[in-house]
Design a protein around this ligand. Structure first.
Ligand code: XMP
Length: 319
């Protein structure tokens, strides 16, 4: 019989066999997947593992503290916290094409991992929390001709020159199974229940050019949206909710003045595996309340819209 406890034991054996006495670098993105992969690999090989958390300046509000706190204080797993904001932001200057953003971010992650590997005397392996849907969607569109929809940074976004071998213990799993494995490994419900967050972060939630200023505006709006969702008790009913900052300005009026600011789109979907999704229907006055708060509290945004598109034909993220 297949059980999560059995899967855990089998994977631990497999990881030990694959890496032998080699050193492993694990890229933590702040999401559930890479965290579960790291805890599992640490159980298998202990201090042969070094976790690297790359703050690319494209994280949500408070995210870095949550992840660093969990690993250092709760698990006592060695963790290197790299502040690479300038590196990523400078490289993204002038980049507007979605695939170009993804490719640049994937390649830059690898540069950072390789630099960290060098500091610990080299690492033969790079561990990632790649899931089954990441593999499928980066490779081809189900049922159709082979077309890449998006290069997920941990699959299609990897540069070919990468010389570390990949360790991807979650490659056969869907999200709900990763959450179950996380619980099996002792992660709290609050942690494993967190909404998915893509490796390229806020860069793919800002169509057009990504700047530090736009990231700051988006971070504030996104935090208000999620705070309202949590306060309304809706967080666990939603697969993923986030805000998207559109590079479009519209005219508004505030007090007795004219405004000319960005448009924000709110997205919330239900899904079981991220492969298909439906727009979440918020109750009553929820969305108008959030829109009012965001326009009042976030300088730079004067209009809020809601995205009702399902997947397909839309994707969950905007890029
Ligand atoms: P899409 O936008 O393709 O997203 O419908 C499906 C799910 O995958 C997440 N996603 C990513 N996760 N690296 C990740 O780790 C990525 O590059 C990436 N791109 C999208 C997305 O947030 C959604 O949950």
């Amino acid at each position: 019989d297949w059980t999560m406890a059995g899967f855990r034991a089998a994977k631990i054996e497999e990881i030990r066999k694959q890496v032998g006495t080699g050193r492993v670098i694990c890229g933590l993105s702040g999401g559930v997947d890479s965290s579960v992969a790291a805890v599992l690999i640490h159980e298998a090989i202990g201090d042969q593992l070094t976790c690297v958390f790359v703050d690319h300046g494209l994280l949500r509000a408070g995210e870095a503290d949550q992840v660093v706190g969990l690993f250092r204080n709760h698990y006592n797993i060695p963790l290197v916290h790299v502040n690479a904001e300038a590196l990523f932001m400078n490289g993204l200057t002038g980049v507007t094409d979605p695939e170009a953003k993804r490719k640049f971010i994937g390649a830059t992650f690898i540069d950072v991992f390789e630099a960290e590997a060098k500091k610990i005397g080299g690492a033969a392996f790079l561990a990632q929390g790649t899931l089954y849907p990441d593999v499928i969607e980066s490779v081809s569109f189900t049922g159709g001709p082979s077309v890449t929809i998006k290069s997920h940074h941990n699959v299609g976004g990897l540069p070919e020159r990468m010389n570390m071998k990949l360790v991807e213990p979650l490659r056969e799993l869907f999200k709900d199974e990763v959450r179950a494995l996380g619980r099996e490994l002792g992660l709290t419900d609050a942690f494993v229940g967190r909404h998915p967050f893509p490796g390229p972060g806020l860069a793919i939630r800002i169509p057009g050019e990504v700047t530090r200023e736009r990231c700051d505006i988006l971070r504030k709006a996104d935090a208000i949206y999620l705070e309202e969702i949590r306060n309304a008790g809706l967080y666990d009913a939603i697969w993923q909710a986030f805000a998207v900052l559109l590079p479009v300005r519209t005219v508004g009026v505030m007090g007795d003045g004219r405004t000319y600011d960005f448009v924000l789109a709110l997205r919330a979907v239900t899904s079981t595996d991220g492969m298909t999704a439906a727009a979440y229907q918020f109750p009553g006055d929820f969305l108008p309340r959030v829109a009012t708060r965001i326009v009042n509290e976030v300088k730079g945004i004067n209009r809020v819209t809601y995205d009702y598109t399902s997947k397909p034909p839309g994707t969950i993220e905007w890029e």
